[in-house]
Design a binder for this molecule. Sequence first.
Ligand code: FES
Length: 203
Amino acid sequence: MSDSFMNDWVYTDTVKEHFMNPKNILNDPDYQDDGRGMVGSMACGDQMLVVIKVENDRIADCKWKTYGCASAIASTSMMSEMAAGMTLDEAYNLTPQMITDALGGLPQHKFHCSVLGDKALRAAIDDYLERVGRENPFKKKIAKIVCECKGITDQQIEALVKAGTVDTLEQLQQETGLGTVCGKCKSLAEEMVEEFRHIYGRE
Ligand code: FES
């Protein structure tokens, strides 16, 4: 990369360091994972794979691979370092904001790139719990109400988009009644449908 490219860089030094020297990249094809999560879409060029090893309900190791942009690489690198040693509960509740804060911030329009890593980590934990035949005790805790009038949560929206039942706000309204009372939740819900479509490769 040219010097002028690096001088024009709008990211923090921490982002730059994690992009130039990403930590915990998965490059062993025989890696024996206890759980794996894949999100994103190859069509958008930002598919993300996260694999974990679990010991005593803690993340013993977290590796990843992505075709994403610089922000996705830096934020997943940071996330993999933060996740190692966390309990499953803590790791499940790792938010894009926490990762972004640890990076010293990301340009606003790049924030969505950091959501892929934590989604993939959650998917890997889901996979682990499924493999060992355990209920997922963490899911309910992170549900947030999006439509107060109808009590529709972000997790319900996510599940409907993931299942392919919902691709648009209109379909979401038909399925759940979201946004049909005061309507103030509609623009947020529409953004979430877009985001989840992106994450689950439905575009
Ligand atoms: S908050 Fe969704 S319709 Fe009122």
